[in-house]
Design a protein around this ligand. Structure first.
Ligand code: ZN
Length: 123
């Protein structure tokens, strides 16, 4: 399989359910989010698993740092099940505009160079 630049992103129903459930139940005054796991084939990323913040996540109105151990456990489980890998992240902006912030752009650029699950900060 040859990977090409991503022009399509498919979210599966289980992923939508995880995100919707988190949005319904989360504290809406602070950011929430998690990692996205799936497959990149040709020009399409298919997201099969979405993470939640985890019990040790740091959440403020303008800052989000997910629980690394929680994310790593989900990533290990998803990889073992059918080879799902990290394909991205999701998070909310409860106090800002619903577009990537300047800091998000910096974070994403760093992620393009370093795609292993690390302790990187998302805002
Ligand atoms: Zn953001």
């Amino acid at each position: 399989m040859t990977q090409q630049p991503v022009t399509n992103v498919h979210l599966t129903s289980p992923v939508a359910r995880v995100i919707i459930t988190e949005l319904r139940t989360a504290d809406h005054t602070t950011e929430t989010g998690g990692l996205l796991l799936g497959h990149h084939t040709h020009d399409t990323v298919t997201v099969h698993h979405a993470g939640t913040p985890g019990p040790a996540a740091v959440r403020t109105p303008t800052y989000f740092l997910r629980d690394l151990a929680h994310a790593q456990a989900l990533a290990d489980e998803a990889f073992a099940s059918d080879g799902n890998i990290w394909v991205g992240e999701w998070h909310t902006h409860p106090t800002g505009r619903p577009i990537p912030s300047a800091r998000d752009a910096v974070t994403y650029r760093q992620l393009l160079d370093h795609t292993e699950l690390g302790g990187f900060i998302e805002q």
